[in-house]
Design a protein around this ligand. Structure first.
Ligand code: BGC
Length: 416
């Protein structure tokens, strides 16, 4: 599909247009991390392990080239705490150099680095000390951030301190066994202690960034559920949204931006349960096909923090049909462009993901703009048509305005 004849919404010059990855999901052999321990333990609840992942630890230049050659101007990637500080207080210079090289190389290739400091994984020693609930968690995270900041000095365009703190707090309550079952498949409540710790850790990290790298925007990225309701479910939807995301969105009020991560929606019925979605409306990982998610999330967050600069740090679809990825993304971007036309302060869009990568327990979901030949062991990157399709929009610094595909069913009420 070509963008040749399509007109578009013209983006501001400094708009960040890229794709995103995370270290554990792509680098491979993250052996000092808590997730590696979980994946490889004898009684692991996870179906599959990350193993060599996409071997991006060695092939990160290829990954960057894919973005550069296809017209993007930014790359969201992460630095891995477990590699940098494999033992408490022991900072690995070699790994710090590795990430310094990544930042410098991206910047020299014209890809603005947007760097995540914590993307779900922690060093195993940190987990053994109680993880985010541990007594010294905040200072430990602060020490790591302090150590890593010098590496980020050369051209970083933005820093995400913690990826999806709401999901981290929810996973903590699941892993500690304290998660209460919710009606109809809703997410369990976030662990309140961990939630508070994450906010404090984030505030500390943001202060350290401002001190060490003045002018570099810092924020965190929240998983947006796009909570909506059917008639009679409004109150339950408001309570749910307040717990699983609004607390974390409001905690960003002093930040330079907030990262928005949206894929699908959650619709709540009059009984307070999640409305099930038929297989014909599901993506390959079982989520509802809902390309309006990014725009809905922007509206929700903008409603809570009206002045806050917004960056879409993740949006995408797991599908084996790449034309469906293009259709989804086109509809998502049309809706985002429309909001920007109305004055929404959107400063960037990062597609999840550059690569088909390890999806936290299994390899089935395929979110990538490029596949990776893991089976043969070549780890060759195999671009899908969506990579050049999206890159064309990035190169032209435009968002599509003509939505030629299914924009998504919209039978529920937005909460706002
Ligand atoms: C996470 C990614 C994940 C993606 C798709 C986000 O929750 O930040 O690590 O792969 O969603 O599930």
């Amino acid at each position: 599909m070509s963008t040749q004849q399509q007109c578009g919404y013209i983006l501001p010059e400094d708009f960040l247009f890229g794709a995103a990855t995370s270290p554990h999901q792509t680098e491979g052999s993250n052996i000092h991390s808590d997730w590696w321990a979980l994946e490889t333990s004898e009684r692991s609840p996870l179906a599959q392990a990350s193993g060599m992942a996409c071997d991006s630890y060695h092939r990160w230049r290829q990954d960057m080239r894919l973005l550069q050659e296809n017209g993007f101007n930014a790359y969201r990637f992460g630095v891995e705490w477990a590699r940098i500080e494999p033992e408490p207080g022991v900072f690995d210079e070699h790994e710090l150099d590795h990430y310094h090289m990544m930042v410098q190389t991206a910047a020299s290739m014209g890809l603005k680095p947007f760097v995540t400091l914590h993307h779900f994984t922690s060093p195993l020693w940190f987990a053994r000390q109680g993880g985010w609930a541990g007594p010294d968690a905040i200072n430990r995270f602060g020490d790591y951030v302090q150590a890593v900041l010098p590496v980020l000095r050369d051209g970083v365009a933005g820093i995400v301190t913690i990826n999806e703190p709401n999901m981290v707090a929810i996973m903590s309550s699941v892993l500690s066994g304290s998660a209460a079952l919710q009606p109809g498949g809703l997410l369990p409540d976030p662990d309140p202690v961990v939630a508070r710790r994450l906010v404090e850790a984030h505030r500390l990290a943001a202060t350290l960034v401002h001190e060490s790298l003045p002018g570099v925007p810092v924020g965190w990225s929240v998983a947006n559920q796009c909570v909506q309701s059917l008639a009679g479910g409004e109150a339950a939807a408001a309570v749910y949204s307040a717990k699983v995301e609004d607390y974390f969105i409001r905690a960003a009020k002093e930040d330079d931006f907030i990262g928005i991560q949206a894929y699908t929606r959650t619709v709540i019925d009059a009984q307070g349960a999640k409305v099930a979605v038929g297989p014909d409306r599901q993506t390959s990982n079982g989520w509802e096909y809902y390309p309006q998610a990014a725009a809905q999330a922007l509206m929700h967050v903008h409603g809570l923090l009206p002045e806050m600069p917004l960056v879409i740090t993740e949006n995408g679809i797991s599908t084996i049909h790449d034309e469906q990825r293009i259709a989804y993304t086109e509809a998502a971007l049309c809706a985002v462009g429309e909001l920007m036309g109305q004055g929404y302060p959107v400063h960037g869009y990062f597609h999840w993901s550059l690569l088909d990568n390890y999806e936290w327990g299994n390899w089935q979901p395929t979110f990538g703009l490029a596949a990776v030949d893991r089976e043969s062991g070549s780890y060759e990157r195999i671009p899908k048509p969506s990579l050049s399709w999206l890159g064309d929009w990035a190169r032209r610094a435009m968002l599509p305005t003509e939505c030629r595909h299914d924009a998504g069913d919209d039978d529920a009420e937005g909460k706002e």
